[in-house]
Design a binder for this molecule. Structure first.
Ligand code: PMV
Length: 340
């Protein structure tokens, strides 16, 4: 095999969260989803990753937020092997990655993480892959990462092919198509107790409602796609809240049931419903953790953020607009892990 030396690339990818949720896998080894999903990408939450191919290394080295991370190294190993094979390269890599937000706490760090990784590797290995192929590679690491390849609004397709080549995400709209704003109420920065893969497998195995969830998803995806295309906030609020609550209801119906909410989560949901009834353009969604994501009409996020900051148990309220897709950054002499 050809050996490439000290080739380096630096990429940024932004976190995304789903409005129509992904929960369930049709194939565990390839990480193929049992349902499609629709997401928005967030400008303010990002992972920056530098990949350096280094012929002097005997093994890959992975550093996350300033520390060697063996668990994360195991998770990224498959992606590295796959992409090196595509490039016909055997050289080991040093990967330095940084999140500007808490890792593994239901804030989609695996989504931005894997999207940044495949984008940086694509540049370092000179592969020049199309976005759908990067999306496919990101998906193998983390299902939601397939969507972080794109900015604005993205849709992940469940796909039907056994090899997963059609289980990829596509762009729906650029961020400026409908510049929604987001406020995230953070009530617990610790890693979640049950990871999403384990949670999904347990749910599919034990919930009596799993098939109904899968069968209903196409209808919710249609509703959300149309609501976004027509910039119909009420319709998007209805389907997004329904999807989030159905996902959590489903997870709670696993045995033993999965409880990602804490008391603060519930209080935030009530607060957001009350704000909407008072005429503010806002709805909620929640992922596999207690943080509440409030999606707001442009100009409405200040009031929402103030109201959420007032809820007992809310530590921080993060703010974001819609973000760009993953991309390589100009390479500097040293890892530039400053602001995006
Ligand atoms: O792909 P994962 O393991 O990050 O799972 C994502 C699961 C949810 O965040 C709960 C839903 C979603 O669609 O992002």
């Amino acid at each position: 095999m050809e050996r490439k030396r000290n080739q380096s690339a630096h990429a940024v990818a932004h976190a995304n969260f789903a409005l129509v949720k992904y929960w369930g896998k049709r194939d565990v080894a390839l990480n193929l989803p049992d349902v499609g999903s629709i997401s928005i990408t967030l400008e303010a939450l990002w992972t920056k990753t530098r990949v350096t191919l280094d012929a002097t290394l005997a093994d890959d080295v992975f550093e996350l937020d300033g520390r060697a991370d063996a668990d994360a190294a195991r998770r990224v190993n498959g992606t590295l092997e796959r992409m090196r094979k595509m490039a016909g390269v055997a050289t080991r890599a040093r990967i330095v990655s940084r999140n500007n937000f808490p890792t593994g706490a239901g804030l989609a760090s695996s989504a931005s993480g894997f999207a940044a990784l495949v984008t940086a590797l694509d540049c370092a290995l000179d592969l020049g892959l199309a976005p759908e192929r990067l999306s496919e590679l990101a998906r193998i690491g983390s299902g939601s990462a397939a969507r972080s390849i794109y900015g604005g609004f993205a849709e992940m397709h469940k796909g039907t092919r056994p090899d997963g080549s059609d289980s990829v995400a596509y762009a729906l709209h650029e961020p400026d198509f409908w510049p929604l704003e987001v406020a995230i109420a953070v009530s617990d920065r610790r890693r979640k107790s049950v990871g999403s893969t384990e949670g999904m497998l347990r749910t599919a195995r034990t919930s009596p409602f799993y098939r109904a969830w899968v069968e209903n998803q196409a209808a919710d995806l249609d509703l959300a796609r149309c609501a976004i295309a027509q910039r119909d906030f009420e319709a998007l609020a209805d389907v997004s809240e329904a999807s989030a609550l159905a996902m959590h209801g489903l997870a709670m119906s696993a045995r033993p049931g999965l409880l990602y909410f804490n008391a603060t989560t519930m209080e935030c949901l009530h607060r957001i419903r009350a704000l909407r009834e008072s005429g503010i353009g806002v709805f909620f969604t929640v992922d596999a953790g207690p943080q509440v994501k409030a999606v707001c009409l442009p100009g409405h996020a200040d009031k929402v953020a103030d109201a959420l900051a007032d809820v007992a148990g809310v530590g921080d309220v993060l703010r974001s607009g819609l973000g760009r897709g993953a991309h390589c950054l100009p390479s500097g002499p040293a890892p530039d892990l400053g602001p995006a």
